[in-house]
Ligand binder design. Sequence first.
Ligand SMILES: [Zn+2]
Length: 345
Amino acid sequence: MASSVGSVKGSSKELRDRLGDDARQRRGATNILDPREVQGDYDAGRLMTTTLDGEQRPITDADLAAFRRNARALGNRFKGGITPRQVIDLSLRKDRHRARTEIPTAVAAASRQAKDGALEVRFMTSSSPQSKRARHQVIVEFGEFAGLVANGGLSPRKAARELVRGRIRFDCDCEHHRYRRRYIATIGRYNAGRPETGYPKITNPSLSGVACKHVLRTMSEVEGGGSVQTFLARAIEKARGGGTAIQRTSQKAADRQAKKQDSRPMAANAQDTGDRDFDRARQALRRKSRATATKPKKTANGSKRAAALGGNANARDKLLAAAKELGISAEQAADIFKAAPKDKS
Ligand SMILES: [Zn+2]
């Protein structure tokens, strides 16, 4: 069976061609609401329309004011850049659902170092049944790369784990990203492709969402996939060795990874909320809160039990003081209290 991400060979040219077509069409487009117009320099004679409140209708001054507000809020929201975790957390639930149910695979195909020192990784993802394309490609630029290459105190593996917790920029060659998300990425300054300055007045006037399903599927692999971690660690190792961070995944390795991901039962992974990525974040949170909340929780239980046992607040205070002195939990102290013979005096 052919890999669901297709041939590695020629994929770089394919992406270049697609992005070239995209840029050419953009240059020829006449229905673009540019930043000057959003600022108020808009000629009503252009008869542009928006779907801001559901129905498509001509743009008004009030709409332009709303667009300005939306863009400003967005810029503030992403002031500190964006991390893979935030891409997932801030995304729309329906986009995560699409990623989970429609895009089984995302494989790192190639890497190189960008001019500003970031590591640029090209991912190939499978496409959904309704897509015109057999696959899509996602570019992710990892902003902390140069710093982590220089930090020899961290092993390549550890550095790779740090890398995916840091700032990124991204781009996707799909139409969803092109028409609904690229403007947001541009305003948010986490756009890795050509900037899009035309306000999405019809496709996404409220500027909702962060990433398309291909980007989201890729982020879930960036965060949790062993193959991606190995790929990133190797790039760091290569760059530290004085070489370049240039890598290309072999067809065999790409097929192996895609097959492994393909065989994962997607629905079975999506327990609880039916939202795998969100569940993973919640699980991590729960683990964290277990690790830090153990003592207070026991104290609460212990104090309740102590109050029940002693029948008064005084007993509870004594117990808590004793527990604190002994360095044990109130729960343990309550057990000791319970086991001890009652003082009848
Ligand atoms: Zn996409």
